[in-house]
Design a protein around this ligand. Structure first.
Ligand code: PLP
Length: 373
């Protein structure tokens, strides 16, 4: 008896459009890679890092004007076309490129109850045929039923753990040992893809943005605002900023708005050193100052005052920007405050849209209840 025809075999285990070891067409007026390599070795190194092609680059750079407010530039990484968008797509592309280049076939990592990354990285790992071992820490704490609800779309792909970081570390170590025994080549990655490859991915994003401005015959922004949880995105931007300075661009400020508690400045410094060591290249120039605004924490990760939620809804109606008050809304509020207080004049200010958390109203309720339980 003839059954249904077999589905065609997947194509050679490849992500569509994988570009490994090829630099994107970004050159600071330098005609060839050899020239760029001599004149701007760090930039050359960053742009040549392996990556997997998942999203659509470059993302738009948009000028946003609202009545009574100075104009700001918005880097629309939320429109990257991969998952929930944002700087995470850049991290994931470079992490996968690096894992494939190293022959690694399993990713072991940890996320919390409020995560965009978990949802975006699983389909990417599937495309790359890399096994995912994803552990979810109960942070911020939520009720068991709510956690089931948060992760219902990927429930069979994640392991829910309690709030203890020690238990999470043990679970990661146990999976790594088991994977090695199975003959795999696993990679353990810190939360938020805090890994040199991801930092380089975000550095490429920063360079992309500056190149967009230069191609339009405009100056690069002098201040860039971005949300900071683990600090990997801020570290990437500081790396990109330094590479561009080495290539002759004027300095710019990167301001990270802290949304997750902890010693963020120290983490960023440590991530920068790690990325630099991995790149095997040390520029003669120092990194720019690590500017972190910690005023937006509102008592812990995921917490925010009700007016911030309302402000995000208003911003969508007025400017068509969807921000959530857990990440991007806090950064927008901090930027507007700075614009009011410092009036930066002609200095163009850029807001980096890192993506959107669609379930933010439910998450706020769930984590507030879990914390009280
Ligand atoms: C929407 C959004 N913005 C910003 C961040 C912060 O990124 P990082 O952990 O690199 O600081 C995240 C990370 O979870 C995010 O989901």
């Amino acid at each position: 008896m003839k059954g249904k025809p077999e589905p065609p075999p997947p194509k050679a285990g490849d992500i569509t459009g994988v570009v490994e070891g090829t630099a994107p067409a970004l050159r600071l007026g330098m005609t060839n890679e050899a020239e760029r390599g001599r004149a701007a070795p760090l930039l050359d190194r960053i742009l040549s890092a392996p990556r997997a092609g998942l999203a659509r680059w470059p993302t738009p750079l948009q000028s946003v004007t609202r009545s009574g407010c100075p104009q700001v530039l918005v880097k629309r990484d939320d429109l990257s076309g991969w998952g929930r968008g944002g700087a995470k797509a850049r991290k994931i592309e470079h992490l996968l490129g690096s894992m494939r280049a190293a022959g690694q076939d399993e990713l072991i990592t940890v996320a919390g109850n409020i995560t965009n990354l978990a949802f975006d990285i699983l389909p990417a790992l599937d495309l790359a045929r890399i096994r995912a071992s994803l552990f979810i820490l109960d942070d911020p704490p939520a009720l068991p039923a709510d956690r089931e609800q948060i992760f219902r779309g990927i429930r069979d792909r994640v392991t829910l753990l309690g709030a203890s970081r020690l238990t999470a570390a043990r679970a990661v170590a146990a999976r790594w040992t088991a994977a090695r025994r199975e003959g795999r080549r696993p990679l353990v990655v810190l939360p938020g893809v805090s890994h040199p490859s991801a930092i380089v991915g975000n550095a490429c994003g920063y360079v992309e943005m500056v190149m967009q401005r230069l191609r339009e015959g405009r100056a690069a922004p002098r201040v860039v605002f971005v949300s900071a949880a683990t600090g990997a995105t801020v570290a990437g931007f500081l790396l990109g900023e330094r590479a561009l300075r080495e290539a002759g661009q004027p300095p710019a400020r990167v301001v990270g708005v802290q949304v997750y508690p902890g010693a963020l400045r120290r983490s960023v410094r440590w991530l920068l050193r790690w990325a630099e060591r991995r790149l095997g290249i040390s520029s003669g120039l120092p990194f720019g100052p690590i500017e972190i605004l910690s005023s937006e924490l509102h008592g812990g990760f995921g917490r925010y005052p009700p007016e911030l939620g309302e402000r995000c809804i208003r911003l969508e109606a007025e400017a068509g920007l969807r921000l959530d008050p857990i990440f991007g809304g806090k950064t927008w509020a901090a930027m507007e405050r700075m614009l009011e207080e410092e009036s930066p004049g002609d200095e163009e200010v850029l807001y980096w849209h890192c993506g959107y958390t669609p379930e933010w109203p439910q998450l706020a309720r769930m984590t507030a209840q879990g914390g009280a339980a």
